[in-house]
Design a protein. Sequence first.
Length: 161
Amino acid sequence: MSNREQLTQEFGQWIEEVKKLETRGEKFWDQPLGEGKWTVREMVSHMVEWDRYSYENGVQKVLLGEETTFKRQDDDLFNAKAAERGKERSAAELTADAIEIRQQLIEAYWKLSDEDFAKTYTQANGEKFQATEQISGFTWHDRHHMAQVNALEKATSADNR
């Protein structure tokens, strides 16, 4: 298995995880992931918005032969807005969005030439962008939030005994 295959396979696991979440129902999606934490709904919206931002400002730009358009921003503000948008969406809508944007990212990574996939880009903000590092970072991020969901599932199943 190539590095790209392994990275995108791991990156694609989020799709299966969010499908499982959808089956838990709206009530589960409104539960916080912990004391003072987002709800499941807000977390999924946060994931969708970061995937969208990365696609639109990163890999899509590379595919179009354009400069990436990542910019320094207030991550807390970005996350707060993403979480707020999630409150307005159903679990089914967020699941569909999460799957669609993650599939777009995976397909875009596969459309990159081997050279472009491995290349390091300097962005307008001076930071570096590389597909392999972005995928690895997102996969870590996915696992972080899924660990929170798994802990919530264990807590709710223990409460129902």
